[in-house]
Design a protein around this ligand. Structure first.
Ligand SMILES: [Zn+2]
Length: 198
């Protein structure tokens, strides 16, 4: 509802435009919970979650003879969600750590702390004390997107703002910056449906 609208107006609108609303809702991305059968884009590549009860280990990837990539999860079915979630956060931390350290080396700055969060509104943030934090969901995007976010936050250690100079610093170390920004504008929102119950 618009801020100044009334409930009566909203009801009237809903009654007149029911089909339009239904069509819009039908286009909302579907929740993709971490359970067997769900396909998740690990580093941008689709992987189907497969439960391997009775197998040793925790979570690992395999490629089927058909070429299909799968994410195998051992242990009880009730732990699949938690195990996939832990795995993705661990992988996100590893990739972001490696990427941020490489950019920090290029820019001559130091990353004091790197944390992985479930930030719903931001992909990353940076404090003046040198602490970077990132959304674990970046592990679901293609690597050039994760790398751009790492470069962006590390560049804030040089320029704590979004000035023209900041974008020059960021673009210099990260040539795929514009492509990554465009990717996030187009597909970023879709990453929020993973690991969410219906
Ligand atoms: Zn920024």
């Amino acid at each position: 509802m618009p801020p100044k609208g009334t409930l009566a107006e909203a009801k009237d609108f809903a009654q007149r435009h029911g089909a339009w609303i239904a069509a819009r809702l039908g286009r909302l991305p579907k929740a993709a919970p971490f359970q067997p059968g769900t396909v998740i884009p690990l580093r941008g590549t689709p992987h189907r979650i497969v439960h391997r009860a009775g197998t040793r280990g925790t979570v690992w990837t395999e490629t089927r003879d058909s070429g299909e990539k799968i994410l195998c999860v051992a242990g009880g079915l009730e732990h699949v969600d938690r195990r996939v979630s832990d795995f993705l956060k661990r992988e996100a931390r590893r990739d972001l750590q490696r990427s941020a350290e490489a950019y920090a080396g290029e820019l001559g700055v130091r990353v004091k702390r790197l944390s992985i969060r479930d930030q719903s509104s931001r992909w990353g943030s940076c404090t003046s004390a040198g602490s970077l934090s990132f959304s674990w969901r970046l592990i679901l995007a293609p690597p050039f997107v994760l790398d751009y976010l790492a470069a962006h936050e590390v560049a804030h250690l040089v320029e704590m703002n979004h000035s023209a100079r900041f974008w020059r610093v960021c673009g210099k170390v990260c040539p795929s910056m514009e492509r990554a920004k465009k990717w996030l504008d187009t597909y970023g929102n879709d990453l929020h449906r993973y690991g969410v119950e219906d």
